[in-house]
Design a protein around this ligand. Structure first.
Ligand code: AHM
Ligand code: MG
Length: 334
């Protein structure tokens, strides 16, 4: 007997698109392709300890960081699946210096481009800790029928039409947001389908979790240090100290805080005034998702989604999470 209470990712996206007048189904197709690539990456992540895919690939990416094998694999999967799909005109990725535009006639006629962090939290690959993929989808600016160009990718985050992430953790979860809201799907390994498990995700207005790399404490501004101290000393309006949780995979930290309520911070440091996270591949998609769930994302001065990007690989400080917590933090940032 088929369990018809289960709604798969494909069924859900198609159903959702049907509510949009004049929708062509391209976005649903693109999300399906991303889900397919994620399933392939998931298989490799799960057997990473068995085959010799672990460890450093040796090369150094354009951020000056070592590329691990699985990062490379994930990048190749997303690139390959979207290139051969029919709903994407090109992708930009944290792992590639330049965006790739797809030049076959079908792809050139597609209206969307995609930004990817193919495997976030790569430092955790070797040690069996949750890692994830982050993506943001934009409508191209150039007319259809020609290869996409840099300006199609270099758009502010508020131009995203959808964004999402996949977490390869104790279970594999895909969460995506559109103007209609945020929904989460858990991969059912028995049937190989992402099934709706977290409908209408809303970020609690307050929480009791704060996530930050404490090792950088003395490199933060005095305002941030004071806020962290408040979290530890007397907690908040609600009373009681917060609990500190920091996985080191931003996608997993933000996912937990999105569900339970909390704040994630990666501020600028004296060594890295712009912080570590990439605006286009990490901050913008997560900001879009959290805002659609009712939370806030800021760089300390302005909304992440309003930042006008100057380059594809630029970094940005990030403060993201429950509304009341970010509002409380902003008193310390002034
Ligand atoms: P990555 O994309 O190379 O994995 O780096 C981003 C990761 C985030 O997921 C995480 O929050 C952060 O780096 C951890 O950095 P740090 O070790 O400085 O706290
Ligand atoms: Mg990353």
């Amino acid at each position: 007997m088929v369990n018809r209470r289960i709604l798969t990712l494909d069924e859900f996206t198609i159903k959702e698109m049907r509510t949009v007048p004049r929708a062509t189904g391209e976005l649903a197709g693109l999300l399906r392709d991303i889900g397919l690539a994620a399933k392939r990456v998931n298989v490799e992540v799960n057997k990473a300890g068995l085959v010799d895919i672990l460890g450093d690939m040796g090369s150094v990416n354009i951020q000056g960081e070592e590329v691990k094998k699985l990062d490379h694999y994930a990048n190749t999967q997303f690139l390959g699946v979207l290139k051969h799909g029919i709903s994407c005109a090109g992708i930009a990725s944290e792992e590639m210096e330049d965006p790739v535009s797809f030049t076959d006639p079908i792809s050139m006629n597609s209206k969307y481009v995609c930004m990817f962090d193919p495997l976030d939290g790569s430092g955790n690959i070797d040690v069996n800790v949750s890692i994830g993929t982050i993506f943001g989808i934009y409508r191209r600016i150039t007319e259809r029928g020609i290869p996409v160009r840099t300006e199609d990718f270099l758009q502010p985050g508020n131009r995203q039409v959808a964004a999402g992430y996949i977490i390869y953790g104790s279970s594999t979860v895909l969460v995506y947001a559109t103007t209609n809201g945020v929904n989460g799907f858990t991969l059912d390994p028995a049937i190989g389908e992402f099934s709706l498990s977290h409908p209408h995700i809303k970020c609690p207005q307050s929480g009791k979790l704060y996530s930050v790399n404490h090792g950088n404490f003395f490199q933060f501004s005095s305002g941030i240090r004071d806020y962290i101290t408040l979290c530890q000393e007397k907690g908040t309006r609600d009373g009681g100290p917060y609990s500190q949780r920091y996985i080191g995979s931003m996608v997993a930290d933000v996912h937990r805080n999105l569900i339970k309520g909390g704040i994630f911070m990666y501020p600028g440091t004296t060594e890295r005034p712009e912080g570590k996270l990439r605006l286009m591949y990490e901050c913008n998609p997560m900001a879009y998702i959290v805002e659609k769930a009712g939370g806030i994302a800021t760089d300390g001065f302005q909304r992440i989604l309003e930042k006008v990007p100057e380059s594809l690989h630029q970094r940005s400080p990030l403060f993201i999470g429950s509304r009341n917590m970010i509002e409380e933090l902003s008193g310390f940032l002034d």
